[in-house]
Design a protein around this ligand. Structure first.
Ligand code: NAD
Length: 310
């Protein structure tokens, strides 16, 4: 019989997890505090699965109908978690809302069910310190849109039992995601820490009048981005010389002295913010954001297909 996974919160990310788990044959039970959200999620999942099948982008070996048959909704939290080996929490990122959802979940979960949170920003220890099931709490942070961007950051709290992140990592591999396991919690996890370093430097370059918004974004989309879609920063360095030691012999002192000139962390407000917003809106007016998101998702879909081939 298929193993069961519970999902608490059936918004954007809860729906994506439901589709990913079902693609690998897991039975999924979706719960939301708003019953209409569950109905809406089931409808949208159905239309997305059909469209993915039509365009030959459906993940896994089961048909869209078979995958849909594995996903059900419930208006009862206890029903959502009963028999589940893992519950994926996908409630809004607002701390009080998440803490309340986790307290409710904690009251109905029993060992050995894992509580896994999709949080993007909250430290696992902050979310779980008062839970009675805290030893089985872990963060599994996806990247949007998870169906096409496969990274999942797995982050334990200091007291999370060691088998928990191991089991979640294996689950992520089974469903075809690409997990990375942080050995301990840190603010921003890994992806956002790296993203913020990039964002800070891009901001400084515009603020200091080095490049305008359109050009600084090309440095990523036409320079670093294509390379980083396939290689990490360390492998890039290893290949750009005769290995890492050779790379550091050649470039470490330059990297150090340029890094020393980077300046303080910007506050991202005031005149620089107004200027960046104006330049961004000239390129992409706010009313065109949705259209541009659809274009981005279409590009990511094509990239994920290419990555499967290479
Ligand atoms: P969302 O607002 O689309 O959905 C949240 C859902 O949770 C809503 O349907 C809401 O009704 C429900 N909810 C609220 N309180 C609840 C409760 N007590 N019990 C059950 N359900 C409850 O949010 P989202 O974008 O899907 O984000 C969910 C989580 O995933 C957040 O922690 C977010 O940081 C994380 N995440 C989001 C993204 C993203 O790009 N959207 C990416 C990675 C991680």
């Amino acid at each position: 019989m298929a193993e069961t996974i519970g999902i608490v919160g059936s918004g954007l990310i809860g729906r994506s997890w439901a589709m990913l788990f079902a693609s690998a044959g897991y039975k999924v039970k979706l719960f939301d505090i708003e019953q209409k959200q569950v109905q809406c999620a089931l409808k949208e999942i159905e239309s997305q699965l059909k469209e993915l099948e039509r365009t030959k982008l459906l993940r896994g070996k089961l048909s869209a109908k078979e995958q849909l048959g594995l996903i059900s909704g419930t208006s009862n939290l206890k029903d959502c978690v009963t028999g589940a080996f893992l519950v994926q929490e996908c409630t809004p990122e607002i701390l009080e809302i998440k803490m309340k959802a986790l307290r409710d979940l904690d009251a109905v979960v029993q060992a050995p069910t894992i509580i896994s949170s999709s949080t993007s920003t909250h430290m696992p220890s902050v979310l779980s310190k008062s839970l009675k099931n805290k030893e089985r709490f872990v963060v599994a942070h996806p990247v949007n849109p998870p169906y096409y961007v496969r990274l999942v950051e797995i982050v334990p709290a200091p007291y999370t039992e060691s088998w928990v992140p191991v089991k979640v990592r294996a689950l992520m591999e089974t469903i075809g995601q690409v997990p990375v396991s942080l050995k301990k919690e840190i603010a921003g996890f890994s992806l956002n820490r790296i993203q913020y370093v990039i964002l800070n430097e891009v901001w400084r370059q515009v603020q200091d009048g080095i490049l305008d918004v359109a050009d600084v974004d090309k440095v990523m989309s036409e320079g670093l981005g294509p390379r980083y879609a396939f290689l990490g920063a360390l492998e890039t360095a290893h290949l750009n010389a005769e290995g890492m030691v050779s790379y550091c012999d050649r470039y470490a002192s330059t990297i150090y002295s340029v890094s020393q000139s980077m300046g303080p962390t910007p506050h991202m407000e005031g005149k620089a913010l107004e200027d960046i917003q104006r330049q961004m809106c000239e390129r992409i007016p706010l009313e065109k954001l949705q259209e541009r998101r659809q274009w981005r998702d279409a590009c990511l879909t094509k990239l994920s297909l290419l990555k499967k081939e290479v």
